[in-house]
Design a protein around this ligand. Structure first.
Ligand SMILES: Nc1nc(=O)n([C@H]2C[C@H](O)[C@@H](COP(=O)(O)O)O2)cc1CO
Ligand SMILES: [Zn+2]
Length: 152
């Protein structure tokens, strides 16, 4: 989950940064990472606005979710049987991708949009498809990365 949080920090979304890391079933090796961002090559031309009347002027219609990017960036032949660590509970569209890609477990950090239709639909699909969902629990509240120590 720490790796997912680190990936999230690369996101340019000013309000919600989402990171996702996929690990394989056999030895928990990382086989994909991603974060939410505009599709490649569009970065500077598209809005990060979240409010307003016009959908074309808001981010939602354009942004690629962290989960989709993690699946697209996979380094293995497929992600069947894998687990996804993600900093925010997936939406309905990502739930479809996760299910269809063969990922069997989703471990999430936040579920701040729990009441939204997208999250409820995602949960319903995961339950029906028997993809396990579990909130990440830890007693560790932070991981400090010290570049100077890493240099030694
Ligand atoms: N699971 C998710 N993965 C994601 O990558 N996202 C992205 C889409 C937006 O860029 C941002 C949410 O923006 P906001 O509505 O909190 O300002 O997070 C959103 C969700 C929520 O379902
Ligand atoms: Zn999504």
């Amino acid at each position: 989950m720490a790796a997912a949080c680190l990936a999230a920090q690369r996101s340019k979304d000013p309000s919600t940064q989402v990171g996702a890391v996929i690990v394989n079933e056999t030895d928990n090796k990382i086989v994909g990472t991603g974060y939410n961002g505009m599709p490649a090559g569009l970065d500077d031309q598209f809005p990060w606005k979240r409010d307003g009347e016009e959908p074309l002027k808001k981010k939602y219609i354009y942004v690629t979710h962290g989960e989709l990017n993690a699946i697209m960036n996979k380094s293995s032949a497929d992600v069947k049987g894998c687990t996804m660590y993600v900093t925010l509970f997936p939406c309905n569209e990502c739930a479809k991708l996760i299910i269809q890609s063969g990922i069997r477990k989703v471990i999430y950090l936040s579920n701040k949009y729990e009441k939204s239709n997208e999250t409820q639909a995602a949960k319903r699909m995961f339950d029906e498809a028997e993809v396990k969902t579990e909130q990440f629990k830890t007693t560790c509240s932070e991981i400090l990365i010290n570049f100077h120590e890493c240099l030694q």
